[in-house]
Design a binder for this molecule. Structure first.
Ligand SMILES: NC(=O)c1ccc[n+]([C@@H]2O[C@H](COP(=O)([O-])OP(=O)(O)OC[C@H]3O[C@@H](n4cnc5c(N)ncnc54)[C@H](O)[C@@H]3O)[C@@H](O)[C@H]2O)c1
Length: 349
């Protein structure tokens, strides 16, 4: 197969990260971009010598576009994704995969019917720190898992929410500090601890105006494994802190901050542990979205995930993060919202 040709649909804030990542991957090429706002499409296209479209359907007619990056507002991916799948294009969808599990199921069904790959961008899974934790879990090094926590104490200005009419709306953002910002850490927590059996949550809107969604949320979790955990998310905490995941087991523990390990201890130590421990306090971090959505976002995570996606297309294997994996965090966040609305715990079947 020649290069995997990419088209990007939606040329706003996150699209340049896709374009930059694709440009760094051998065997991938950015062919075209589309946005309903012509200048958004044109400026991204100019930078990467790609073709610009204002109607994504015209872009999909190109035979040299094999895959699309879906970078439109979150609640637009089901309909657009269905058209992409029907056109035979593989789909790399930004997070959240869609704003409800019902709409995600439409996307999964459309991709399955058309026989195209569907992947959801959770670039945080590709950091060295997250991969080290996953490996130690696979090796059983934490012992029985006891407690798993995700803290996303971030800050977003009112101007951020005002910068796009879709932001902070139930229909297109799907939720607030959990569905938009916290979802990466929630995905990591589920990746590390497995499925949740029960959740009890409260959410609030405390510091922003005209939002239909929460900017503060606390949830208490009981995992199916028996471990407990909490999720604390916000976009109202100034100036914003690093996103943090804590993994505590009976025989080991780890703390991950913005993809960087900050704590790493096991009862049974290995030589590799010593090496990790020497770098725990390095100042360099992968890039935090703590106070500003994109100023620090680097393309490393996207590049690694898109590399996997390209390989999945070439080898005709599932991508590392497929539609079902993309669905899990949204399912939990939906349950958190249901619990907050009813005041009662939500129990998963
Ligand atoms: N992985 C990450 O860390 C990360 C970071 C930021 C954003 N995102 C996700 O990326 C998505 C986009 O976010 P953003 O901040 O770039 O939003 P944005 O508002 O900056 O960009 C969205 C773009 O889509 C365009 N658009 C809208 N409808 C369209 C249509 N029908 N056809 C073509 N283009 C259309 C808009 O004109 C706009 O340029 C969101 O789902 C968000 O959750 C992910």
């Amino acid at each position: 197969m020649s290069d995997v040709g990419f088209g990007i649909i939606g040329c706003g804030a996150i699209a340049p990260i896709h374009a930059e990542s694709i440009s760094k991957i051998k065997g991938a090429r950015l062919v075209a971009v589309a946005d309903v706002v012509e200048r958004n499409a044109q400026s991204l296209a100019d930078k990467y010598a790609a073709a610009a479209y204002t109607d994504y359907r015209e872009m999909l007619a190109r035979k040299d576009v094999h895959a699309v990056g879906l970078c439109v507002p979150s609640g637009m991916r089901a309909e657009i994704g269905e058209v992409c799948a029907a056109a035979g294009k593989h789909i790399l969808a930004e997070k959240p995969l869609e704003v409800t599990t019902e709409r995600i199921d439409r996307l999964i069904a459309a991709a399955g019917k058309a026989g195209v790959k569907l992947s959801c961008v959770y670039q945080s899974r590709f950091s060295d720190g997250a991969l080290s934790i996953r490996k130690a879990l696979d090796e059983g090094r934490f012992g029985k898992l006891v407690l798993g926590d995700a803290y996303i104490k971030w800050f977003r200005t009112q101007e951020y929410y005002n910068s796009g009419s879709w932001r902070g709306t139930r229909k297109l953002d799907g939720g607030g500090c959990l569905m938009n910002q916290g979802i990466h850490q929630i995905d990591l927590l589920l990746w590390f601890f497995g499925d949740v059996e029960q959740v009890y949550a409260q959410t609030r809107l405390v510091a922003h105006e005209h939002l239909e969604v929460e900017d503060l949320a606390c949830a208490m979790l009981k995992f199916k494994s028996g471990a407990l955990g909490v999720i604390e998310g916000s976009t109202a905490i100034w100036p914003g802190h690093s996103a943090r995941i804590e993994v505590h087991g009976a025989e080991g523990g780890a703390v991950l901050e913005d993809g960087k390990l900050r704590f790493w201890r096991f009862k049974q130590e290995t030589a590799e542990d010593k090496e990790i421990q020497e770098h725990l306090n390095d100042e360099s971090i992968l890039g935090s979205g703590a106070g500003d959505p994109l100023s620090n976002l680097r393309s490393d995570g996207h590049r690694l995930q898109i590399t996997d996606f390209v390989e999945a297309i070439r080898l005709n294997r599932p991508p590392a993060i497929d539609g079902r994996e993309g669905r899990r965090a949204v399912e939990l966040i939906e349950a958190i919202y249901r619990s907050a609305a009813s005041g009662a715990p939500v129990v998963f079947a």
